[in-house]
Design a protein around this ligand. Structure first.
Ligand SMILES: Nc1ncnc2c1ncn2[C@@H]1O[C@H](COP(=O)(O)OP(=O)(O)OP(=O)(O)O)[C@@H](O)[C@H]1O
Ligand SMILES: [Mg+2]
Length: 381
């Protein structure tokens, strides 16, 4: 249900309501059938128990009366045996019901425990120490990684970034660019090799200190169902209103002025009330506010028109000063002023160098840029 409700626009756009109803009915039916089967078993059990109880009671009474008729038992014995027998037998019914309840609760508990008590996969190393930030040099050393249950995306991948370097990451869709970001933030541990920041292995530093050092504008931006102000302030919870406002201005969130509640406008679930470009600008403002030595931009300006992109690029280049930056971009023009461009293909670096140098060569980067330019020229014509 959660899946369907959160994808409601998709369901409507593709006329999927009927189909979703069927799916939902099927799920409910499966549950209903299982329940009724379980109830039927229980009822059968109860009937069997009742029949056995009746039989045993009759047998007991008959035996006692026979003994009494033969004079081997007194009237008192008969009465005692009958009442004791009947109460013991009826108590077994309560016992049986309780046992059934116990098995049901045990089953429920086992399922709940299996779901709730999954151990955290990523724990801090027992001797983890806070990351000591000096210049934010980043290194991937012979990293091998594949998502759990998936193919290897990187095999013996190495990349070194000098502190303060601005690096553009270019490559085919699905080539593993965003995955490099998740590895650097240690959302997954590498299978082999290591990732280091200023020479410290990120799996040996506390996760809190690691993420404090990194500011991200992700590819798919999610916002909290809170006000724009709170969403921006998430970058640094103790920032003053003035600082939040300055970050919003730097990220060109000028659309805020036309909203009735300004910065206090609620953004809707996951930000549905904002346009893609507006969400992106809020995320950039959040990164501005965080002020961390490492800045990761994943298609940070992809949803913007060229005018706001130009304006934000200016603000971004101010933000990039003195930080180590990795920016993923499909629009290569964004990487013009970068110190270095790395071209990835199938998890391998196929080209690496300053944009000017790569443009002088005849490698894939130059090819990509030429293609982009001719496309733009065609579009303009
Ligand atoms: N959370 C995940 N679980 C499993 N596989 C994933 C996950 N995220 C990405 N992948 C897989 O990893 C590969 C690399 O994905 P990644 O997101 O790094 O690509 P990308 O280079 O950022 O592409 P794009 O330019 O389209 O954003 C893809 O084949 C994708 O299917
Ligand atoms: Mg990506």
């Amino acid at each position: 249900m959660i899946d369907v409700i959160s994808n409601m626009p998709l369901v409507r756009a593709f006329c999927g309501i009927g189909h979703e109803h069927e799916r939902f009915d099927a799920t409910v039916n499966r549950e209903l059938t299982a329940r009724s089967r379980s109830l039927r078993y229980l009822e059968k059990l109860r009937l069997l128990h009742a029949a056995i109880t009746v039989l045993l009671t009759i047998a007991l009474m008959a035996w006692a009366i026979t003994l009494w008729q033969k004079g081997q038992a007194t009237t008192g014995d008969v009465v005692l045996v009958c009442t004791l027998g009947i109460s013991i037998l009826s108590a077994t019914r309560d016992l049986a019901v309780a046992l059934v309840d116990v098995t049901q609760h045990v089953a429920r508990l086992t399922e709940a425990i299996a779901t709730l008590l999954v151990p955290h996969e990523l724990r801090d190393h027992p001797e983890a120490e806070p990351l000591v930030k000096s210049g934010a040099a980043i290194a991937f050393n012979n990293v091998t990684f594949g998502y759990p249950g998936g193919e290897k995306i990187f095999e013996r991948f190495s990349l070194r970034l000098q502190p303060g370097q601005r690096v553009g990451l270019v490559g085919h869709s699905g080539g593993g660019k965003s995955t490099l970001f998740t590895l650097l933030q240690r959302f997954y541990d590498v299978d082999e090799g290591s990732v280091t920041i200023d020479g410290q292995d990120i799996s040996k530093v506390t996760q809190l200190s690691l993420r404090e050092a990194i500011s991200v504008v992700p590819q798919d931006i999610s916002l909290f169902h809170r006000s724009i102000r709170e969403n921006i302030r998430y970058g640094r919870p103790n920032a003053t209103d003035d600082e939040v406002l300055r970050a919003a201005i730097a990220a060109r969130c000028d659309f805020v002025e036309s909203l009735p509640d300004g910065l206090d406008t609620m953004v809707g679930d996951r930000g549905v009330k904002m346009s893609g470009g507006q969400r992106q600008r809020i995320a950039i403002a959040r990164a501005f506010l965080k002020d961390a030595p490492i800045l990761l931009l994943d298609e940070a300006t992809a949803a913007l028109d060229s005018e706001s992109e130009e304006a934000i690029r200016e603000a971004l280049s101010r933000l990039m000063r003195g930080r180590t930056v990795i920016a993923i971009a499909h629009r290569l023009a964004t990487l013009r002023n970068f110190d270095r461009v790395v071209v990835l293909r199938n998890g391998k670096i196929i080209e690496d160098g300053s944009p000017e140098r790569l443009m002088q060569g005849h490698g894939p980067y130059r090819e990509l840029v030429t293609r982009e330019m001719s496309r733009l020229a065609q579009a303009a014509a």
